[in-house]
Design a protein around this ligand. Structure first.
Ligand SMILES: Cc1cc2nc3c(=O)[nH]c(=O)nc-3n(C[C@H](O)[C@H](O)[C@H](O)COP(=O)(O)OP(=O)(O)OC[C@H]3O[C@@H](n4cnc5c(N)ncnc54)[C@H](O)[C@@H]3O)c2cc1C
Length: 287
């Protein structure tokens, strides 16, 4: 399959990217790793008149620490995050585990963190992780820079708060304390496929029980979802098999999954229950 005709520009700095996006409006599309955009064009699901290739904008490719935050430049490839040492502590381990679930190696070498977040597939690992960790998403446009909380960023399937003239430049994640533990579990038909459902959790166990529990789900609706009722069940309680079962039940009650050819609504809800329990068990046993 070949894509429809398009113009191509390859700017070398952010200002130029923003200038082109502003000039062309809806006609333009950013080309990052191309791992979602190019197949969509080949299937004629997307017909941009102009591709703005950002691969030459080296200033968008970085992982940096700033105080208690990790800044991930939009062009960071999935494969860079597969190395747990790229980011310190439990956050690095969580990102490495999530990265490993993104497609296959050739996709991880080309595809970018920011491209996945901008694409907003509700089953994508990085979208779920962004919601799990209350990421801040940085958009740059001709009117300047703005920060969008992850839960406001994802609107519905493949739809975000980004304006057509804005570039997603960075995603900011909180550094997790060394005592934090995570669990990340997903179910897909074949290794490398998008998850049918995925569940991710972060817990920290103190002398008064679980502190700051976070539970997020993918593949259960138009956007990734925070399972707030599950978090409420976990907060302040001591970890136990019964508690994890109760939290997993609460997570299943937090979602209204849509059914499709990969699984009915009821099947997805069942997966939420099973995968969330497993994710919590993994977090509790993480060394
Ligand atoms: C066979 C296969 C299996 C896959 N499996 C998975 C999987 O299991 N999990 C998963 O999460 N993904 C999976 N993917 C998708 C892959 O992760 C993509 O890399 C990712 O979705 C998009 O990143 P990209 O850099 O390739 O973006 P592109 O394809 O270049 O762009 C995607 C969209 O985002 C926009 N965009 C990109 N960057 C920016 C930016 N900085 N600012 C504004 N808009 C931007 C583009 O205009 C386009 O609309 C799979 C892909 C394939 C082909």
């Amino acid at each position: 399959m070949k894509p429809p005709r398009f113009e191509y520009r390859a700017p070398s700095d952010v200002e130029e990217v923003v200038g082109i996006l502003t000039e062309v409006g809806d006609e333009g599309k950013v080309l990052a790793g191309g791992q979602s955009l190019v197949p969509s064009m080949n299937f004629r699901l997307a017909r941009p008149g102009l591709l703005v290739d950002i691969n030459g904008v080296k200033a968008l490719d970085y992982i940096q620490r700033s105080g208690d935050r990790i800044l991930i430049g939009t062009l960071t490839r999935h494969s860079c995050l597969e190395n747990a040492a790229a980011v310190p502590g439990p956050l690095g381990r969580l990102l490495a585990t999530a990265a490993h679930h993104v497609g296959h190696m050739p996709i991880r070498v080309r595809g970018t963190f920011g491209g996945s977040v901008a694409h907003a597939d509700p089953a994508a690992e990085w979208c779920m992780v962004s919601v799990l960790l209350d990421a801040e998403i940085i958009a740059v446009g001709s009117r300047g820079r703005r920060t969008i909380p992850a839960e406001d960023f994802f609107r519905t399937v493949f739809t975000t708060a980004l304006e057509p003239y804005e570039l997603l430049s960075e995603v900011i994640l909180p550094v997790l304390p060394d005592s934090a533990r995570f669990g990340f579990v997903e179910f897909s038909r074949r290794a490398g496929d998008f998850a049918i459902v995925a569940s991710s959790v972060v817990i920290d166990v103190g002398s008064n029980g679980i502190i700051n529990p976070r539970v997020a789900l993918a593949g259960v609706g138009g956007t990734p979802v925070r399972a707030r009722s599950a978090e409420a069940v976990l907060a302040g309680s001591a970890p136990s098999a019964e508690l994890f079962r109760a939290a997993a039940d609460a997570a299943a009650g937090d979602v209204e999954p849509m059914g499709d050819i990969h699984g009915s609504s009821e099947y997805r809800r069942h997966l939420v229950r099973v995968l969330t329990r497993r994710a919590l068990e993994r977090a509790a046993s993480e060394a």
